[in-house]
Write a protein that binds this ligand. Structure first.
Ligand SMILES: NC(=O)c1ccc[n+]([C@@H]2O[C@H](COP(=O)([O-])OP(=O)(O)OC[C@H]3O[C@@H](n4cnc5c(N)ncnc54)[C@H](OP(=O)(O)O)[C@@H]3O)[C@@H](O)[C@H]2O)c1
Length: 248
């Protein structure tokens, strides 16, 4: 499964200690990328994933960095360059979600989602704009809630709508570098972020929303990211790809 060549392309996957990010890191490693497994607080699963990739013959490095901190993001790019010689792919997967009506959202909850989902994505994009090798790929994370617009998703969807706007603008700003910039927008996907705080009946209802009548799995989303990161995705640029089983 793993490619034995020395000149692997290098991918940073933010928030890849668990959930969708972990599936993306594993999938890109399986596809032959050297991978930076970034995490914020959960060192153990990130290091375990990096270890497993290495044991399977791949290359991986677990790197702590809070994406909302520009200095930490710079240090993560430094670590990637030092370990693997350069960076070709950035996957901006790290994100948080807190659901409440706009009337009931407190300042700290608003600020945290902006800091991680929006400023965090900006921090890594800015660094990637300076440091990604020509021919590279950037895959941001939006959400299908931008299209669904359900009550209580206002602030979270707002951060993701902003990410979609930056995605297509950044694609244009990188003219001449042969770097594509796209976003993947999952629907309900079986991770902590989706399950946390939801009663079983809500989970069951959301799982049946899609005509495919199941939740997305992290591997479903990783497949969409892998497509955009691979040669087959070369002509897709500035787009948001909704990966949601047909919800919206
Ligand atoms: N699950 C869904 O239904 C769904 C739907 C649409 C979009 N999405 C988007 O998909 C992405 C991944 O979501 P998920 O469901 O896999 O979430 P998750 O299971 O909660 O995992 C979140 C990951 O992000 C990391 N993270 C959180 N804050 C961070 C920070 N400040 N800096 C660096 N890393 C940070 C976490 O690291 P630690 O383990 O260290 O905390 C963890 O690895 C997010 O952008 C989310 O908005 C998810």
């Amino acid at each position: 499964m793993h490619h034995a060549h020395a000149n692997r392309k290098v991918a940073i996957v933010t928030g890849s200690s668990r959930g969708i990010g972990a599936a993306v890191a594993q999938r890109l490693a399986d596809d032959g990328f050297a991978v930076v497994v970034n995490y914020a607080g959960n060192a153990e699963p990130a290091q375990a994933l990096a270890r497993r990739i290495t044991e399977e013959g791949g290359q991986a490095l677990a790197v702590q960095a809070d994406v909302s901190d520009p200095a930490a993001v710079r240090a993560m790019f430094d670590a990637a360059e030092q370990a693997f010689g350069g960076i070709d792919v950035l996957v901006n997967n790290a994100g948080v979600m807190a659901l409440a009506t706009i009337a009931e959202t407190d300042d700290a909850t608003f600020d945290r989602q902006i800091a991680i989902n929006l400023k965090g994505t900006f921090n890594t994009l800015r660094e990637a704009g300076k440091r990604l090798r020509d021919g590279g790929r950037i895959i941001n994370f939006s959400s299908s809630v931008v299209g669904m617009r359900q009550p209580t998703y206002g602030v979270y969807a707002g951060t993701k709508a902003a990410v979609e706007a930056m995605t297509s603008i950044f694609a244009k700003e990188l003219r001449g570098r042969n770097i594509t910039v796209n976003a993947v927008a999952p629907g309900p996907t079986a991770t902590d972020l989706f399950f946390n705080g939801k009663p079983q009946e809500v989970i069951d209802r959301l799982a049946k929303l899609a005509p495919l009548e199941r939740l997305g799995q992290p591997a479903d989303i990783a497949a969409a990211v892998a497509f955009l990161a691979a040669a087959d995705g070369a002509w897709i640029n500035g787009q948001t790809l909704r990966a949601n089983g047909g919800i919206v």
